[in-house]
Design a protein around this ligand. Structure first.
Ligand code: HH2
Length: 272
């Protein structure tokens, strides 16, 4: 996938496929390759424009997964999805996983660590894959213990701009890069809300990917403790992000989000 595709029809729906035992919402449901492949195909039928395949949970408190294990989870699914009709992104922080995923046909690397690991930028330079650079304060194991910002929007914007420029300077074309403020990654509710309201400004840097789906910020706003009860809140957040300039919506629930977008677009007088 190139950013040109991301700009063709806004916003694109990125369906989440977690090939993990422990993801915060769907952990264990698609940990077997066959279940993940069937889920991916279902999301495509529901209208996903692209898929995001993950072999490591990055929820608060999660421990890192060795690269060999991440590859064992992700590669068979990625290979089975070749020719599935939509670009497949791989959600990883590890350069070894990036290299293998790109060799196996991944169209995008989605890195919650914004290609900061040694060798990560080099893994992507020289390919034509897109990249998502996400902001995270700290690292998953500890990031929600005491997140602190003096100016969350200013700090996240400066970080994303610096990572964007570093990647461009290293040889990744600007048109291949999307940015993401990283909702829930080392942020309090008030930080997430400030960043959500700043989506139009962030979109001036590069196309923005927004991931609110089923997250604890939705739970905090609705009083829904169980992730399974956060569908309506997640769809509302996705619509709001679409309205405020998000180019890609990363969601667990493609059909519900697609229907909501279709209704909203027609009410606004646009195309389906
Ligand atoms: N959120 C999650 C994982 N990867 N990548 C980007 N760019 N933006 C996000 O907001 C984002 C992300 C967390 O969601 P999920 O993959 O469902 O959970 P887990 O990390 O527990 O597997």
């Amino acid at each position: 996938m190139t950013a040109a595709l991301a700009l063709r029809r806004r916003p694109l729906l990125m369906g989440i496929v977690n090939v993990t035992p422990d993801s915060f919402h769907d952990g264990g449901r698609y940990a077997a390759a066959g279940d993940a492949i069937a889920h991916a195909r279902r999301l495509i039928e529901e209208g996903a424009d692209l898929l995001d395949l993950g072999g490591e949970s990055t929820q608060p408190g999660a421990a890192p997964v060795p690269a060999e294990e991440e590859l064992r989870r992700v590669l068979p699914v990625l290979e089975a999805l070749s020719g599935c009709g939509v670009p497949v992104s791989v959600d990883t922080r590890q350069p070894a996983v990036m290299r293998a995923a790109l060799a196996a046909g991944a169209a995008m690397i989605n890195d919650v660590n914004a290609l900061r690991a040694p060798g990560a930028v080099e893994a992507v330079v020289g390919t034509d894959a897109s990249v998502c650079l996400m902001h995270m304060q700290g690292e998953p194991r500890t990031m929600q213990q005491a997140p602190r910002y003096a100016d969350v929007v200013g700090e996240v914007t400066a970080f994303l701009e610096a990572r964007l420029e570093a990647c461009v300077a290293a040889g990744i074309e600007r048109s291949r890069i999307v940015v993401d403020p990283g909702f829930g990654f080392g942020k309090r509710l008030e930080d997430n809300l400030a960043l959500a309201r700043a989506l139009p400004e962030l979109a001036k840097l590069a196309p923005v990917l927004a991931g609110f789906s089923r997250k604890s910020m939705i739970g905090a706003m609705t009083g829904r403790a169980a992730t399974g009860d956060r569908l309506a809140g997640s769809v509302a957040a996705a619509l709001w992000a679409a309205r405020h300039g998000a180019a890609i919506l990363r969601v667990h629930d493609v059909a519900a989000t697609r229907d909501a977008l279709a209704v909203w677009r027609q009410l606004e007088g646009g195309d389906r």
